[in-house]
Design a protein around this ligand. Structure first.
Ligand code: ADP
Ligand code: MG
Length: 659
């Protein structure tokens, strides 16, 4: 490949862009002791000699076997599956460093990495791994990096844009040297010193951006209109439930905000099932009392329909016009709704994010509520701020985080937290099982017997991945086993017009088992659902799984969540077991935040792309704390040329640090 091709594929325009293609993770190559009895799933790093090398091709699968004798004299059997190129490069009697995982069932060590003993990485005990675009080989990329990083004449072209004062304050390394360390670390200690530079850069830029958003939102003014609290209270009395005290507090905060001159910019966070929807409805009612229109937006079509049906119930005794606007309506219906909205004949609009488009014009929008906003990042918040300059904005999120952490992540928002569930603890048991476990069939049959619904979730994975099943395959299997009359299928390939009908059949109990992609992750409220089965559960982040689990046991009765995992990655299994043992949403999102950002889980499906690439909010909390103070200082001193230049540079920096 040529240099130009590399730049095109990496979407880079200069050396620095190439250098900023950071490793997605580092592989630890420090030798580990090999002690019998070997531990199932355990990862070992060993140095030694290969012998008795043989390759066996069977049923289109390539298998290479060899024995490995460590330098301390222990011999183990090893296997390499489906990496036929090793057959041509490995030789018996050669000395190597290998990374292996032990399988107790097969009594063999399965090889994941082989490295020459004299390679740079084997000696530094740490190896960077990159996510590279198709067409860029690892070896070409690394040799190109080496070329840039050994060409001292380029040194002056690569420098940090962070004001010098702060580089000095934290004793940060020169940026060119930091790049060298990130890509060719001598050891872990050195790597940490290099990472500090980029962590600080990232945290400072994040802090500045969220402070700027905060300032922007604080400037926004609206017409002040008092709200009749007595009427709000009377309305609350008509609701089927008594509010929990956190719900009351949240309503109180929000209604106060509605009355202020400053436009509201608030986050309502609360664990899945804590009753955020009801709070939203009460606030929409308060907003209606000041003669303003309101809109409730949700990320999925299914959730919008559910909110609409709920709203009709909650507001049945109030003279208030509620309308639904979703993608599958006829053009005529849509036009009618939009025209009514424009004339002010609709008080509350329930919709999906599509309603943020230009065609949706309100007569007098007072309150915008976004449900499940955790699916969106700071960039989306920015675009929302720009959509409506006088409407109060409430975002709802089911990923609760500790207050101290929230002050960093959501520095631009006011936050209300619902800290309790209306029914107390939910009785949901979670188990990690393999797909052949008879408990799956047993649990399904029990639900069918007791007339309780079953959610079956299958992640959308690369079609070429032969190890994993598609929703269609699982559906067909279930139809054979439990009868067509019991099973429904819902995925992106099914037309929207039908999705509504299919979901209703399931929600009302006409069909008992729903096989779907993650459309049910957020919000869906089916009271009698008693069982959740998640295929290839490791493909989901923990917060997503916790949300999914929030779909069952909603009538207060016992419910079971089965997370299916067949592979043997110890880390993935640990992650799932963590979820099985923990029910506290706060703890789970903290764990999840820690795992995110650095992209340490390959192939994991993350809803909402993280805007952090080298930092994570939990481990690098201190960096964020420091950078937040510095960001305040920088923004307060824009007469300083360096500060000003830095801000200008941030503004043109539309590229993520890592892609
Ligand atoms: P989430 O916060 O995850 O959006 P929902 O708003 O869907 O949760 O509420 C979960 C369930 O709890 C719903 O069925 C809702 O009707 C019910 N609920 C909400 N508030 C209360 C309450 N104060 N008492 C009893 N049930 C409630
Ligand atoms: Mg909800």
């Amino acid at each position: 490949m040529t240099e130009r091709e590399l730049y095109t594929l990496l979407n880079a325009s200069n050396y620095e862009d190439v250098l900023r293609h950071f490793p997605s993770r580092y592989e630890d190559l420090k030798e580990t002791p090999l002690i019998y009895p070997y531990v199932d799933y355990q990862r070992y790093v060993l140095k030694g000699t290969i012998s008795n090398l043989r390759s066996l091709g069977k049923y289109k699968i390539s298998i290479i076997r060899f024995n490995f004798t460590t330098f301390s004299g222990k011999m183990i059997p090893c296997i390499i599956i489906n990496q036929p190129f090793y057959a041509t490069i490995l030789k018996s009697n050669s000395e190597k460093l290998i990374v292996v995982y032990y399988s107790e069932t097969r009594k063999v060590f399965s090889v994941s990495t082989i490295i020459n003993l004299d390679s740079y990485y084997a000696m530094s005990e740490i190896k960077p791994c990159y996510n590279l675009p198709r067409g860029v080989t690892h070896s070409y990329f690394v040799s190109y990096l080496k070329k840039i990083l050994t060409n001292i004449s380029l040194k002056s072209a690569v420098y940090s844009k962070v004001p010098l004062r702060y580089q000095k304050k934290y004793n940060l390394l020169d940026e060119y040297e930091a790049f060298r360390i990130i890509h060719f670390p001598k050891n872990k200690e050195e790597l940490n010193i290099g990472l500090r530079v980029f962590k600080y850069e990232e945290a400072l830029s994040y802090s500045i951006k969220s402070l700027l958003l905060r300032k922007e939102s604080e400037k926004r003014k609206k017409q002040t209109l008092p709200i009749d609290k007595k009427k709000v209270n009377n309305f609350v009395m008509t609701l089927p439930y008594k509010l929990t005290s956190s719900q009351k507090e949240a309503v109180h905060d929000i209604v106060l905000d509605l009355e202020k001159e400053k436009v509201m910019y608030r986050l309502l966070q609360g664990d899945v099932g804590s009753g955020k929807t009801l709070v939203a409805f009460i606030c929409l009612y308060a907003n209606y009392l000041r003669n303003k229109q309101g809109v409730l937006l949700s990320p999925t079509f299914e959730l919008a329909i559910q909110h609409y049906n709920n709203a009709l119930k909650v507001f049945k005794n109030v003279d208030i016009n509620i309308a639904l606007l979703v993608g599958n309506m006829s053009l005529k219906e849509k036009r009618e709704t939009l025209s009514k909205l424009n004339k002010g004949d609709i008080d509350i609009l329930i919709s999906t994010h599509a309603a943020l488009s230009k065609d949706t014009v309100f007569k007098d929008l007072g309150l915008t509520i976004i449900d499940e906003q955790q699916l969106f990042g700071v960039k989306q918040r920015e675009s929302l701020l720009n959509k409506s300059t006088t409407s109060d904005l409430l975002m709802m999120s089911a990923t609760p985080i500790p207050r101290t952490l929230s002050m960093i992540i959501n520095a631009d928002l006011d936050v209300s937290t619902i800290s309790e569930l209306p029914f107390g603890d939910r009785k949901v048991e979670t188990k990690v099982v393999n797909s052949a476990d008879p408990i799956i069939d047993k649990a399904i049959k029990q639900c069918l017997l007791k007339n309780r619904q079953v959610f079956v979730v299958v992640p959308k994975i690369d079609e070429n991945d032969k190890d994993t099943k598609s929703t269609e395959e699982v559906y067909n299997e279930y139809v054979l086993r439990y009868g067509k009359e019991n099973v429904a299928l819902l995925n992106g390939r099914i037309k929207k017009e039908e999705r509504d009908k299919i979901f209703k059949e399931f929600a009302t109990g006409a069909k008992k088992i729903l096989v779907s992609t993650t459309v049910i992750e957020v919000g869906v409220d089916v009271k009698d659902a008693g069982l959740l089965i998640v295929y290839d559960a490791n493909y989901f982040g923990l917060s997503s799984l916790h949300q999914l689990r929030g779909r069952i046991g909603r009538n207060g009765q016992f419910a079971l969540a089965l997370l299916i995992y067949d592979k043997n990655d110890k880390k993935a299994k640990e992650k799932l077991e963590f979820l099985a043992k923990n029910t506290d949403g706060m703890k789970i999102s903290e764990y999840d935040l820690k795992m995110r950002g650095t992209g340490s889980y390959e192939g994991e499906q993350q809803s909402g792309k993280s805007e952090l690439f080298v930092c994570n909010f939990v481990d690098d909390y201190k960096v964020f704390e420091a950078s937040k103070n510095d960001a305040n200082e920088i923004l307060a001193n824009l007469d300083d040329k360096e500060n000003y230049e830095y801000l200008k540079w941030l503004d043109t920096d539309k590229k993520p640090l890592l892609s």
